[in-house]
Design a protein around this ligand. Sequence first.
Ligand code: ANZ
Ligand code: ZN
Length: 867
Amino acid sequence: ADKYTPAAIEEKWQQVWAEQGLDKTDEDASKPKFYALSMFPYPSGNLHMGHVRNYTITDVIARVRRMQGYRVLHPMGWDAFGLPAENAAIDRGIHPAKWTYQNIDQMRAQLQQLGLSYDWDREVATCSPDYYKWTQWSFIQFLKAGLAYQKEAAVNWDPIDQTVLANEQVDSEGKSWRSGAKVERKLLKQWFLKITDYADELLQDLDKLPGWPERVRLMQENWIGKSTGAKVVFTTEQGDDLEVFTTRPDTLWGATFMVLSPEHPLVEKLTTAEQKEAIATYQAEAAAKSDIDRTDEGKEKSGVWTGSYAINPVNGAKIPIWIADYVLMGYGTGAIMAVPAHDQRDFEFARKFNLEVRVVVQPEGDTLDGATIAEAWPGEGVMVHSGPLDGIPAGKGEGQSVEQAIAWLEAEGKGSGQDNFRLRDWLISRQRYWGVPIPVIHCPSCGTVPVPDEQLPVELPENVEFSGRGASPLSQLGDWVNVPCPTCGEAAKRETDTMDTFIDSSWYFLRFTDANNDGAIFDSAKANDWMPVDQYVGGIEHAILHLLYSRFFTKVLRDRGLINIDEPFSRLLTQGMVQGLTYMNPNKGGKDKWVPSELVANPDDPRDPETGEPLQRLYATMSKSKGNGVAPSDVISQYGADTARMFILFKAPPEKDLEWDAADVEGQYRFLNRVWRLVTEFAESPAATKSVGAHDRTPLPENLSKAEKDVRRAIHIAIKEISEDIEGDYQFNTAVSELMKLSNALTDAKCKDSPVYAEGIHTLVKLIAPFAPHIADELWSQLGQTGSIHQQGWPILDESALVADEITLVIQIMGKTRGTIEVPADSDKAALEKYARESYIAQKYLDGKEIIKVIVVPGKLVNFVAK
Ligand code: ANZ
Ligand code: ZN
């Protein structure tokens, strides 16, 4: 037989599959559907191992499902808008479109080398007008539903380049990546999507996703951040209502001052003449700080008194109103009642500025005194000095203080129960070129007018200056910007902001169900048929935003009557990182400490090429900066895609991190070579001709020999174990081990001309097909079979084959093993003892001795104690 040469067979089979359309979506409605999806990549130009792992996992799932009789949708596309393309244009003068499409071509070719079974007819690129036409159309749906609006919001403004910067273009010192200027916060009119309208449902429906990792659900829950409490209305001396949100309305009697965010609209009116200057200075300082700096827990509290007072609605107390940066305008109402005895931040503030601390919750067996306590008491206890709440247990439970306080506030008309969410509306405006133009026109008479459907897409103009300076590139194009108003015909202007690219990826999974529809975003019947995605696979870095936005989009499109599902992704697998062997010089700091592996001359004694110092070895996520990556193309050219796939699947369970290990790659290559020899040897034997046309048509002999029974058991154990490994948590690593066991059992088989052996060979090739698709198809054809292995059914388990009818019984004399015998598997204790006594081993070793005791371990051994 020929040697196993992956280079010779892999490309060949990829072509055959493409020609035969094997990976096209099966539309046979009589089959159950399965939608397998990997998170689509950003076309950076190069596939890395993280991609390879992600796509291999999903491909195995898709292939197994096909063999199991499902019609499978397994598409691929490109998340193709975004900053890197625009940076390439600025830095290298290549048009973003050209750069992107070149990268897409390159990456598509790399994906094809891996033998991934994608239906390329459904490929989408989010930067293509046929796709973003529908992104724009969706935006207009949001607008019509009242879910898109414009509002002033702070942006990062580079005063030298006169441009808005994305967050990632601002370095850790708050300076612009290009000009180095200190970035300012500037208010600009921006577009938002009202995700907060769906906050409650997005939270509730996490319960409908048992197939998601617990940790991802928790991250979403925290991001949505629901707090329950109350809103309470205080009044200022000047007579204005001053509303606060509090999670502890029960502590209202302990409120001794109020704090407003420096940006709160009432600050100006509240500030007295004497305090004006101090307040203005403080406001300016706060404006320059990020929210994270402002709310940093360890930070020393700061603030300024406005000079005014408020009236506490529960007891008429007159309490001072301060401003402080730890109160954020974007949360709750931007104003708080401060309860220093029971809230630590308020406590620190009160001690710093000598404000009253008034205890209203006494913990059991203690008497706290506001004048002397060293920290706030946020815990349980009994309400005191709290009018109607006195004596009630403090807490959030039924009948406890919080519930009672809300009931009392509502009865008195002083406040009401309220939920508050941390989730903010989604700011989607980007002052960038390489994104979807927001399809609206600003008319001086009609206001904001959506571009009519028949004028979509609003295409990106091609001839644009990419200087990286000045306003957004689109706003500089007079011809493009100036258009007649679609409603009244007057001179009007296009919106020049483009959309956040997270929008593009919030609905691509829907487009795949009907990717080439040019008359609609998708056909609802098709989307309803394929959705939800049965298995979504991707990186944990998308645990929050991408998944939350996709869930939001799905719900909005559902409410617009376009689809009938609540959740887009039934099951989610977040695959672990691929880590590479990494060299670090512990004596160096920062990025310099990483020594790229290609600079390490002797891996057994790794040293810094500059200093000669010994290096530490560790595993870390592969990255350019650490120089610890392994290029997929190198592995493929050395061993083939099948080995790369097998290694990745074998090395670690999908959700765990995987350490790249050259020896284990080699090990999988050797395993495939063994399978190759095993199958080709059989294919050339006379037994093979009899087995053509699948083993199940060659009847098995009626009475199987022991050797045949052993092989059959090995076959069906493999079917059972591998099917279970795949069905449950995708334990592909143990599935590959089972493949190895079956291959060993076949190698050792003593019945190589039996139809049972043929069954074994055929089953091995079928079971390995989803994992190593090329070699499997090649071997299948070498077995003389027609048609692709990938169109065969998944092997069916014969439970009866699992039952062993003989077991091997160990015979021990005085605890020492002297030999084994085969006995019927269903023998009871007495029978086992009888077989053992009669065995030649016992005869030999016990001859002339007196048996004192016999110990029988059912299913395993018999031990004779004798003298
Ligand atoms: C009085 C009080 C007493 C509070 C007490 C807490 C403990 P979460 O759970 O995160 O929702 N707060 C409200 N709005 C704020 C804002 N814009 N910036 C900073 N803090 C704000 O937190 C809600 C609590 O955080 C609210 O309940 C309020 O302080 C504060 F013993 O009110 B509390
Ligand atoms: Zn108009």
